[in-house]
Design a binder for this molecule. Sequence first.
Ligand code: PLP
Length: 394
Amino acid sequence: MSTKLNWIDEELENLKDSGLYNKIRTLGSPQGAWLVVDGKRVLNFCSNNYLGLANHPHLVQAAKEAMDKFGVGPGAVRTIAGTMDIHLELEKRMAKFKRVEDAITFQSGFTANLGTIPALVGKGDMIFSDELNHASIIDGSRLSGATITRYEHANPSSLETVIRQNEGNYRRGLVITDGVFSMDGDFPPLDKLVQIAKDHNLMLMVDDAHGEGVLGEGGRGIVDHFKLHNQVDVEVGTFSKAFGVMGGVVAGNAKIIEWLRQRGRPFLFSSAVTVPDVAATIASVDLLEESTELVDKLWSNADIFKNEMKKLGFDTGKTMTPITPVMLGDAKLAREFSRRLYEEGVFAMALGFPTVPRGLARIRVMISATHSEDDLDQSLKAFAKVGKEFNVIS
Ligand SMILES: *Cc1c(COP(=O)(O)O)cnc(C)c1O
């Protein structure tokens, strides 16, 4: 028998031995406040379905109606014969929603980064990247061939320092940061980053995957939160989180969007987002523009949960958003804690190294507008019970 794939068995064993092997749970229900996970009904604190739109009747209806009119698949890449009028409508709607000049859609947030960064910088250029940026930013940056220089997380003076150290060493420069950082729920002082980018004539890109639908007026994102419209050159986003669907978006300066239509490789060489995805996303923009009710509910749920957790004696880290890390330190403790919560009917992920730094393991609680007060109550009781069992709180 051939042995050429034995290395995979060895690597998988290594992952299992070091506790890094991903066991993937299977859902038997739509996304919502409650889930059926591996056959068990549990309260859901794991998904990015911030506003409950992933199973919203308006979105489902819009997808059905669009499929009756346009079918399912786009049939081609956008530049050949895959652009339908709904694709253009979604882009127009997103530019308006984000209060910027123009927008282009991609198949996902991940591909939006893979398409955008290499279109903006290449060999001889430099990327200034927050040290905690998302994997898709890291991959897009590597793909670009530009030199990657990291600065300390959310730290403008560190950014300023590395820019000065590299003065004269590159052709074009691009500063990239996540909007909301998904492991801690914090966000950078974007106004200061804008100023620094301006002072040094650098392009500035924000990946607001966790900020859209959450921050800013009616969920318009981090740029709206800081009132920096048209000062951040380019915003990457996703329709897979608060918007409840699937797809990526890049919004901002019209010149950059026009350039991406010519040079964004996943736009040019991978087919368009499907009809039901596009129609459902337009319906989610409708909902967000009609009312701030869902976004308000998300924040009031988050405030209730975070305040009660603090009263119980838990450390919720440096969160500034509905993402609530419950800091436990030890990775094994975090895993055991998560397992006990699950037994108590609460599904919340444990995160340890290498997803977060060593010694900073945690349970990450993703609050949603779909949680009722009873749901929050029940989860707080479970946290209190398990927290006492493990002597995390007294
Ligand atoms: C989730 C996420 C992505 C990927 O978005 P998808 O649409 O799921 O591919 C990209 N960037 C950041 C910062 C994210 O949090």
